[in-house]
Design a protein around this ligand. Structure first.
Ligand code: G7M
Length: 352
């Protein structure tokens, strides 16, 4: 695969407008064009470096001190201060601004993501929007959501997944691969998620992609998948701590799936429990813990999640909202006897 490099693409980026700006996550998403095709650049300020774990050189076996110890390096948030300006102080409180030493390898300023050429689905996803709580019954799934998933599976949206699984895409970043040609349904690969800057285990974010293609979302999971999911979950917890020098423990991994996901090929999110997630990615109404998925299979019938009402958060820009979830949601609220939101005109509420 020959791809142009990020640097030369970014140089040709022509700004159009800001899609979203989030001071809490320190993420800015811009829409622009590169060679007249839509492009989305997302910039995320990186986290601070505060210490590093260093191995003691040639430690004597009788030395009781731990083999690894913590120390500040020259880029840490205190050692790295190059300039400091106090703004105000009051009693025991002081605050100011600082410039901290930056370096590409140890302390870069930001992580940049580029999607190019970006589709309208991408643009709508990154744009600020209103969100709604959806109660997706099995009937709504069949009528509105399944046809959408069928369409999404056909477009080129899963190219990045197939690149990783079969074309050596991101090969140098793969953390673990269990691939057996005669056992495709058990095969999977784990690698850093595009969201992770890879700098700090505090924000560790990995994704496990399975090779099987018969599960497009949680809706396709049935009791017959229970043993496979248990094995997968245990494998993730056994392998990952060792891959990161045991800086993280198995019970510090938040392992979950999304509904609705952005990509309808079964994959699992593996995130440091400390990481609050970007946007609503780990919030209730989006993330479902893998342990809960497995446990639910004990109670759901042979059709598994196909028979469950799934409640989740969806943005108005999502195609499913305009394809009927808007009307179904309004209908359900009416059936449940929940009053409509009045229209406010000049401070007066009107019911219609
Ligand atoms: O919401 P959903 O469960 O579909 O999440 C998909 C995940 O895949 C997100 O956390 C994305 O950041 C991640 N992801 C998306 N793409 C296009 C890539 C990619 O090309 N490489 C990697 N490593 N992760 C990706």
């Amino acid at each position: 695969m020959s791809q142009e490099d990020l640097g030369s693409l970014i140089k040709r980026f022509r700004f159009v407008r800001v899609l979203d700006s989030n001071p809490q996550t320190k993420v800015l998403s811009l829409l622009g064009t590169i060679d007249s095709k839509d492009a989305i650049v997302t910039a995320e300020k990186t986290h601070f470096i505060f210490d590093e774990t260093v191995r003691r050189p040639s430690q004597d076996v009788s030395d009781p001190r731990p083999i690894f110890y913590h120390c500040e390096n020259e880029y840490s948030c205190i050692n790295g201060i190059e300039d400091l300006k106090e703004l105000t102080s009051n009693d025991i409180y002081y605050w100011g601004l600082s410039v901290i030493k930056q370096s590409m390898d140890y302390n870069p300023t930001a992580k940049l993501n580029l999607i190019w050429p970006a589709t309208s689905v991408h643009i709508k996803k990154y744009e600020q929007q209103n969100f709604h709580l959806i109660k997706e019954t099995p009937e709504i799934y069949k009528k509105i959501v399944k046809p959408y998933i069928d369409e999404m599976a056909e477009g080129g949206r899963l190219k990045w997944v197939n690149n990783i699984l079969y074309e050596g895409g991101e090969a140098e970043r793969v953390v673990y691969k269990d691939y057996k040609e005669d056992k495709i349904e058990e095969s999977f690969i784990i690698l850093p998620d595009m969201k992770w800057d890879g700098l700090s285990v505090d924000s560790l974010y990995l994704v496990a992609l399975v090779y099987r293609t018969d599960i497009r979302s949680i809706r396709d999971i049935k009791p017959e998948h229970k043993e496979w999911l248990i094995k997968l979950n245990n494998k993730i917890k056994s392998i990952i701590p060792g891959c990161y020098n045991y800086a993280i423990n198995p019970d510090e991994l938040r392992i979950f799936i999304h509904y609705q996901p952005s990509y309808y090929h079964f994959h699992i999110h593996i995130v440091n429990i400390k990481h609050p997630g970007l946007g609503n990615g780990i919030a209730a109404g989006k993330a479902i813990l893998l342990e809960d998925v497995i446990e639910s299979l004990n109670y759901l019938g042979p059709e598994g999640f196909m028979t469950k009402t799934m409640t989740y958060v969806l943005g108005e820009n999502h195609d499913l909202w305009g394809r009927g979830l808007d009307k179904e949601t309004a209908k359900q609220l009416e059936e449940d006897g929940i009053p409509k939101t009045p229209t406010i005109v000049n401070g007066f509420a009107f019911n219609h």
